[in-house]
Design a protein around this ligand. Sequence first.
Ligand code: ZN
Ligand code: ZN
Length: 94
Amino acid sequence: MALKPCRECGKQVSTEAATCPKCGVSSPAQYAGALAECRKCGKGIGSREKQCPHCGRKDPTQVSNVGCAIQSILIVAVVLLIVRYCGGPFSGGP
Ligand SMILES: [Zn+2]
Ligand SMILES: [Zn+2]
């Protein structure tokens, strides 16, 4: 008998439980879509959830690409700076 967090209240319930003993939702271990993890609180939620029922995070299963984009831009900027300082046309000075 496995335990899963209730899809409504997050309480650990049996996967075989018909209703959640805490909030009374039916099939508490059954999620609408595939089971995913909230990227903020790490609790199990449906992958199609628009909002985490536990912590309220919007798009809890969507991994943002903003961080990656900024990192890529930074890497490119650093590389350009290195190229400039190491034999670029601006390295000579007066
Ligand atoms: Zn519940
Ligand atoms: Zn969450």
